[in-house]
Design a protein around this ligand. Structure first.
Ligand SMILES: CC(C)(COP(=O)(O)OP(=O)(O)OC[C@H]1O[C@@H](n2cnc3c(N)ncnc32)[C@H](O)[C@@H]1OP(=O)(O)O)[C@@H](O)C(=O)NCCC(=O)NCCS
Length: 166
């Protein structure tokens, strides 16, 4: 990565850029299991859920342009899950493989610790080799595999759960 990289909280002005990065993955990949792109208002709701309380929403900016994001959000609703969060990380296709995912995740883990979270969960498509490698590098351990729990593009998809205890 040759440009100047900044990892910072997602601002209102970053919503369209982050939505575009996410929707590209929705349209073209099985890395997200959504079938339909999120609208502007849906992404605003998503951002609210990923900034409330102990949650964090970060962006990576390269030379002033948003090139990726990472966030934490609630894992499951019951009270007992209060200190567990599910995380997501997305880097724009032209900027992958240059260290941005690592920088985003390292900052997210640090922030999750300072927010008092206890466990981070990643739910990853079993075929997503780069994401599995990124999470392994950060110390996430595989804790479960759920075969054929989703389908997209006429294929069954397996879910891998990884966990990092903070
Ligand atoms: C997964 C993703 C976030 C990784 O971000 P990135 O900026 O490309 O990753 P980095 O350059 O920081 O690389 C981190 C590690 O991932 C692994 N990795 C990255 N690209 C890889 C590839 N094409 N194949 C295999 N491993 C890869 C490597 O282990 C790498 O560590 P190393 O460089 O020290 O060997 C990014 O590829 C992405 O946004 N993919 C599409 C969306 C997605 O799958 N999001 C995750 C949903 S669970």
């Amino acid at each position: 990565m040759t440009g100047a990289v900044a990892i910072r909280p997602c601002a209102r002005a970053d919503l369209e850029a982050t939505r575009a990065i996410y929707n590209q993955a929705v349209r073209e990949t099985t890395w997200s299991w959504r079938w339909a792109e999120l609208t502007g208002p849906e992404w605003q709701d998503y951002a609210r859920a990923h900034t409330a309380g102990r949650q964090t929403f970060l962006v990576a900016e390269v030379d002033g342009v948003v090139a990726g994001f990472a966030n934490t959000g609630p894992f499951r609703a019951p009270d007992g899950y209060e200190l567990t969060a599910e995380e997501s990380v997305y880097v724009a296709p032209g900027c992958q493989g240059q260290g941005l995912g690592t920088a985003l995740m390292e900052a997210l883990v640090k922030r999750a610790r300072s927010q008092g979270l206890h466990a981070l969960i990643a739910g990853i498509d079993a075929g997503n080799v780069p994401s599995l490698a990124l999470h392994a590098k950060l110390g996430f351990a595989e804790v479960g595999r759920l075969p054929q729990v989703a389908h997209k593009f006429d294929r069954w998809l397996d879910l891998v759960f990884l966990e990092l205890l903070l």
